[in-house]
Write a protein that binds this ligand. Structure first.
Ligand code: AMP
Length: 213
């Protein structure tokens, strides 16, 4: 099963994609995490993507699509939970074509619906772990020891693109550009909407129910 999680920054899609990895044995493919790894390693892709990521702009489709398809090919036939990709119609179309050539397809797309005011509130409390990018939130999902990841003990930090101005810019891009994917996948009868404003466990239950439907 190949699943896409669509949601604005702070909607909890990363947390739910991780849940799908554990519950359904899917391979998690988070485009933002992959890009940040390339940036830290200073690969050619990382160097090209860095200015866009730092501004909170979308990285050009050609760069991101290539990175994701390489990742999917390296996983063989294991199902994938995509988090943060696709973000444009052009990315979605290319993904459909290339998956089709591999004899695969997207099976289900989940949209985590969260009001913008709540997204802004959540993002201001978001912290990420250095070692593996695990996501914590001082308001909704605090770590047991402040500043330390419960899972791997590494230091937590705030992303440089989680400043108020960049958050506003990234949300504007989501609600003007990425939101168009709802029509794209709705037309393919693959879309399920889940209320992402609920507590995390209830969102997880609703996501799993939507995938069984
Ligand atoms: P995220 O961790 O998903 O919020 O992504 C962090 C940043 O990586 C975004 O603000 C973009 O600059 C870039 N990025 C991640 N995924 C994509 C994508 N599918 N298309 C273009 N840029 C992306």
């Amino acid at each position: 099963m190949n699943i896409i999680m669509i949601g604005a920054q702070g909607s909890g899609k990363g947390t739910q994609a991780e849940m799908l990895e554990h519950r359904l044995g899917l391979k998690l493919c988070a485009s933002g995490d992959l890009l940040r790894e390339h940036i830290v390693r200073e690969t050619p892709l990382g160097l090209a993507a860095k200015p866009y990521v730092e501004r909170g702009d979308l990285v050009p489709d050609a760069l991101v699509v290539q990175m994701i398809l390489d990742f999917i090919r390296s996983r063989g036939s294991q199902g994938i939970a995509l988090d943060g990709f696709p973000r444009t119609i052009a990315q979605a179309e290319k993904l459909d074509i290339d998956l089709g050539q591999m004899g695969q397809a997207i099976d289900r797309v989940i949209y985590l619906d969260v009001p913008r005011a709540l997204l802004l509130d959540r993002l201001s409390g978001r912290y990420i772990c250095r070692a593996h990018g695990h996501v914590w939130n001082i308001k909704t999902k605090p770590p047991q020891v402040p500043g330390i990841c419960d899972i791997d003990g590494s230091e937590l930090y705030q992303r440089s693109d989680d400043t108020p101005t960049k958050i506003t810019h990234r949300l504007d891009i989501f609600f003007s550009e990425t939101i168009k994917l709802l029509d794209y996948y709705g037309a393919q009868n693959k879309l399920a909407r889940v209320d992402g404003a609920q507590p995390i466990d209830e969102v997880s239950r609703a996501v799993l129910t939507a995938l069984r439907a």
